[in-house]
Design a protein around this ligand. Structure first.
Ligand code: NAD
Ligand code: ZN
Length: 359
């Protein structure tokens, strides 16, 4: 069976496109008489963007601090209950922020119309009903959350997405002006998530001409942004990074991620490390799996003056490392892609434990 993937309904790209949000929202008949929800990264509280939000007095604007933890099932359930009890069903949900806010917007949209706790729906196609119309406006680029069919949530049992066709945004607004203020370190780590998506997508059994084409173009853009002459944090590279992130996301959607993402999930679930940073921590140690990718990643780090901590595993307990190994092992789709159909003969919780010992 080949993957048959739902894509974003509508997408606008370009500088200043954020200001089209009002006409996008008001063009829907449901908008009149309803109320809009805006979930905005708290970085923008009091900033110029706040005054540009197309929020009417009736609408609900909520600023959310996404640091340090990744979105959780409790957070989504709490937000849903609070808003439903006080305001009822909204006509739209717009998320303005990074991967965390985009995932919160997707998950909230679905949980408005699906009963009970979001923990019930962590997995593939468990959601019963379509969510509320939802819009994604990325303000930091690299995760590909703007295009993906999943809203990643950390629950008591697992870090796993609400994954189905209805998760995908109805509308995405890609305005490169919004990512200009991202600090250097976050710009690099989040951008590297895209780079790693492409390297992992390319190197595995599920890669195909379609995922390859997106990965190849996204990798070319990543090199221009982070490595080649003209690399660095500047407006023309912000345009490229938004496109690279989208294409990297499309590449992995039609292929799969691999060893680095499996290890990264363990780091996020057990130690609370953020996804993109956790990927960077892991990727540097995977030269035997991805030799060219890791070597180029190191050149990009040198070029951009980024250093990653070493010797981390000395500070981890055996229980933590075993727990991380179990989380990573429990992602069979990633191992199948990275190591092929016989992956269970090669990959065990013990062999993953020894990978964490490299950190
Ligand atoms: P984030 O949303 O976690 O934000 C990172 C930081 O950047 C925050 O401190 C935020 O305040 C700040 N920030 C955002 N925009 C800014 C701006 N314009 N200027 C200044 N600061 C800004 O960032 P992320 O790395 O994009 O997202 C990570 C999350 O994405 C994780 O929760 C991960 O699980 C999720 N993720 C989801 C998918 C998916 O397919 N759904 C894929 C990969 C990662
Ligand atoms: Zn990723």
């Amino acid at each position: 069976m080949q993957k048959n993937i739902k894509n974003i309904d509508k997408l606008v790209f370009g500088r200043g496109s954020f200001d089209q949000l009002e006409s996008i929202l008001s063009s829907r008949p449901e908008d009149e008489g309803g109320y809009r929800i805006f979930l905005v990264d708290h970085y923008f509280k009091g900033k110029e963007l706040e005054s540009r939000l197309p929020a009417r007095p009736v609408d609900h604007v909520q600023f959310i601090d996404v640091d340090p933890a990744e979105p959780t099932t409790d957070q989504i359930d709490g937000l849903r209950d609070e808003i439903l009890n006080s305001r009822g069903l909204p006509s739209s949900v717009t998320g303005i922020g990074g991967g965390s806010i985009l995932d919160i917007a997707k998950a909230l949209s679905l949980m408005f119309t699906n009963e009970g706790s979001s923990t019930r729906y962590q997995g593939l196609n468990l959601i019963q009903r379509p969510g509320v119309y939802h819009v994604g406006v990325p303000t930091i680029s690299g995760t590909g959350a703007e295009v993906s069919t999943t809203a990643v949530l950390t629950g008591p049992e697992k870090k796993l997405g609400l994954k189905c066709d209805w998760t995908v945004f109805n509308q995405v607004v890609l305005d490169p002006e919004l990512i200009a203020s991202v600090p250097m370190d976050k710009w690099f780590y989040t951008g590297m998530d895209t780079y790693i998506h492409c390297i992992e997508s390319e190197q595995g059994s599920l890669n195909n001409a379609f995922s390859h084409a997106y990965a190849e173009e996204s990798l070319k853009l990543c090199r221009e942004i982070f490595l080649c002459q003209g690399a660095g944090k500047k407006p023309e590279n912000d345009d490229k990074l938004m496109v690279a992130s989208l294409m990297g996301g499309l590449s992995l959607s039609y292929s799969e991620v691999g060893v680095c993402h499996a290890l990264s999930y363990g780091l996020s679930k057990i130690l609370g490390e953020k996804h993109c940073y956790a990927n960077c921590l892991a990727f540097q140690h995977l030269g035997d799996y991805y030799p060219e990718g890791v070597s180029e990643f190191q050149q990009m780090m040198n070029k951009q003056g980024i250093a990653l901590p070493q010797g981390l595993s000395k500070g981890w307990s055996e229980e933590e490392m075993m727990a991380m190994s179990r989380v990573a092992y429990n992602l069979p789709h990633m191992w199948l892609h990275a190591a092929g159909t016989g992956w269970k003969d090669k990959i065990t919780p013990d062999s993953i434990y020894s990978l964490y010992q490299r950190f």
